[in-house]
Design a protein around this ligand. Structure first.
Ligand code: F6P
Length: 410
């Protein structure tokens, strides 16, 4: 009986809970046992300090979701489904779950099982502890939902797995039987990111919801902007990918858009921006919307900031200008229908990929292409993303980020 664990990693995105729900239910429906790992890779390293999640006192007065939301020390609901109930979450990061535990999760925003930036998982020791914690629970199949960094981490973890198993055996921490039963790690990756910044898939999980959120905000801004004949500079998320900014412009209207992939080619881009906006105003337009991706840069890779654009519009065109930074309102909240349906189908495919995995098959990323769920080699998708997927290269990205935020360079 395969034991499958699922974790979410990196920035949360709408639809991650639908992934967990789908993986858990599919795993159970296909005769496997299902586990969630809380707090991303950090949870794998921390494991179950209070013993296995197969032990613990039973209480019946608190639901699983309540406990995940409101913290440790609470107990799982004693449900009726095919799962082990009544487990305390305190000190337990790898938790066996059942059908009832994930009921209705597709409507929930964020990620209920938590996500964290793990520094320990970045070390060999950390990953070795993670292998030990998983083997202790009998788990050797992992679904990871996160961005390209998180998915690359999963592939590294998988390739190192046999080495760590051997070291743990040599140290007498695991038995020969455990070595035989867990000689390779099965992984499958799903792309959770609001930025839509992964190659070889048309849409990442959460991108549609974030775009929808941006559209609602810009629609709201439009009406107040028209009322006062004002200009608004709207900063949207997307790190080094301009998809959200570009699509927001296409869906809500914008006079000018700045994205990292296509920096303005002239030195004096301010002139062309002002000329364009002036023309729009002369046609009778009572509002001006400039959308700036948070990672927007000029041709020398220096950040183009919303406040600077505001000053240009105020000083050169005399426009009454405001800046609105949409921030994390774009990321949170209930998923759009698409970010419930797509992760559900992809979760099913992820479990199938695990069931069919052998030591010779590559780590797979589950994507979507022309409305069909796809299974593509994960590291090919990561490599393509880093070369051509987002036109700003890794090197330029690092340079641009250090110019923006000196701490980034350290
Ligand atoms: O990758 C998702 C994202 O929301 C980016 O758009 C943004 O740059 C980043 O995460 C913000 O990260 P944090 O929430 O850690 O500030």
């Amino acid at each position: 009986k395969m034991k499958i664990a699922v974790l979410t990693s990196g920035g949360d995105s709408a639809g991650m809970n639908a992934v967990v729900r789908s993986v858990v239910k599919t795993a159970i429906a296909k005769g496997c046992d299902a586990w969630v790992v809380r707090e991303g890779y950090e949870g794998l390293v921390r494991g179950n300090a209070n013993g296995s999640s197969d032990s613990g006192a039973v209480r019946e007065d608190a639901s699983f979701v309540h406990n995940l939301r409101f913290g440790d020390g609470e107990l799982l609901k004693d449900g009726t489904g095919d799962y082990i109930s009544g487990r305390t979450l305190k000190g337990r990061y790898i938790v066996r779950v059942g059908w009832d535990d994930v009921r209705g999760w597709f409507g929930e925003g964020g990620t209920l099982i938590g996500t964290a930036r793990s520094t320990t998982f970045r070390t060999q020791e950390g990953r070795q502890t993670a292998v030990y914690n998983m083997i202790k629970e009998g788990i050797d199949a992992l679904v990871v939902c996160g961005g390209d960094g998180s998915l690359t981490g999963a592939d590294v973890f998988r390739s190192e797995w046999p080495k760590h198993v051997e070291a743990l055996r040599a140290a007498g921490k695991i038995t020969d039987e455990q070595v035989t039963n867990h000689h390779h790690l099965r992984i499958a990756g799903l792309v959770g990111s609001i930025d839509n910044d992964m190659s070889m898939t048309d849409l990442t999980i959460g991108a549609v919801t974030a775009l929808h959120r941006i559209c609602e905000s810009i629609d709201n801004i439009n009406s107040t902007a028209v009322s006062h004949s004002r200009a608004f500079v709207v900063e949207v998320m997307g790190r080094h990918c301009g998809w959200l900014a570009l699509m927001a412009g296409a869906s809500c209207g914008a006079d000018f858009i700045f994205i990292p992939e296509d920096p303005p080619s002239e030195d004096n881009w301010e002139d062309s921006m002002c000329a364009m906006i002036q023309t729009h105003r002369e046609t009778g337009q009572r509002k001006t919307i400039v959308i700036v991706a948070e990672g927007a840069i000029d041709k020398d890779l220096k950040p183009i900031r919303a406040d600077y654009i505001k000053d240009v519009l105020t000083d050169r065109l005399g426009l009454d200008t405001r800046v609105t930074t949409l921030g994390h309102t774009q990321r949170g909240g209930a998923p759009a229908a698409y970010d419930r349906i797509m992760p559900t189908l992809q979760g099913i495919e992820a479990v199938d990929a695990l069931l069919e995995s052998t030591p010779d098959t590559p780590s797979y990323m589950i994507g979507i292409s022309e409305n069909k769920v796809t299974r593509v080699p994960l590291m090919e998708a990561v490599a393509l993303t880093r070369s051509v997927g987002t036109a700003i290269s890794e090197k330029n990205f690092k340079k641009a980020m250090s110019l923006r935020d000196p701490e980034f360079a350290e």
